[in-house]
Ligand binder design. Structure first.
Ligand code: CA
Length: 235
């Protein structure tokens, strides 16, 4: 999952990036409104943390321009303490949640998790696909109740797929959401990680939908209807 952080305070920006990175997100950072607006306008993010007081273009204007252009990613705004008018303006401009500075990083992470879950239409912090459960709070995975140890990239891929259970996810979409912008994005590595996840989670855990991408079964594991099912694990 990719998170965009737009914050001009270098210390806070670093802390946010580090905390989100440790929580398993791919983080892109911007330090002014113009650059932040551009990133959010031209590439897909699963959530945005947006400071309101920014040089260049202020946070309210950044948010309003995105919403006017139909960009609907969840946005958490950071406001100065006690400035209730900022919260109102931010929510009116299309913010999904807000947090007043100073805040506890654990609370920010919890709010970002909840925003991403809700935007994927999932209320429960534990995502379920067949025998597999992924706890978004702890980042832990189990199969039939038994813990499964995943590497960072395996976990990023699984988390992304599990937020979209029942839907087909294309390879380019996966690459966009599990790698940072400046990372060497070799699409073959997606296949490698899918293969590894199948080894750890079971060959039927991730379906290949020929020519389109991958899909994890929704809920208790009854396979979604549709053509092109291929669980041989070849692709
Ligand atoms: Ca600021």
């Amino acid at each position: 999952m990719r998170v965009l952080v737009i914050e001009d305070d270098p210390n806070l920006s670093r802390q946010l990036a580090s905390a989100l990175d440790s929580a398993g997100y791919v983080v892109e950072s911007a330090t002014d409104g113009e650059q932040g607006h551009f990133l959010g306008d031209t590439s897909d993010f699963d959530a945005v943390v947006l400071d309101l007081g920014l040089p260049g273009m202020n946070g309210i204007d950044v948010l309003r321009k995105w919403r006017d252009a139909g960009r609907s990613m969840p946005v958490l705004i950071l406001t100065a303490r006690d400035l209730w008018s900022d919260k109102v303006a931010g929510i009116d401009a299309g913010a999904d949640d807000y947090l007043a500075k100073p805040f506890h990083m654990a609370e920010l992470l919890a709010r970002v998790r909840a925003l991403i879950r809700r935007s994927a239409g999932r209320a429960d912090p534990v995502l379920v696909s067949g025998a597999i459960r992924f706890d978004t709070r702890s980042g832990t995975t189990t199969r039939d109740g038994v813990p499964v140890i995943l590497t960072t990239f395996e976990q990023r891929l699984l988390q992304f797929l599990m937020h979209r259970t029942g839907h087909i996810v294309g390879r380019s979409e996966i690459i966009e959401h599990i790698y940072a912008q400046d990372f060497d994005r070799d699409s073959n590595t997606v296949e490698v990680f899918v293969r590894r996840l199948r080894l750890k989670l079971g060959s039927d855990s991730i379906e290949t939908v020929r020519g389109q991408g991958y899909r994890m079964p929704q809920g208790d594991g009854s396979p979604p209807t549709g053509a092109g099912r291929d669980t041989t694990g070849t692709g």
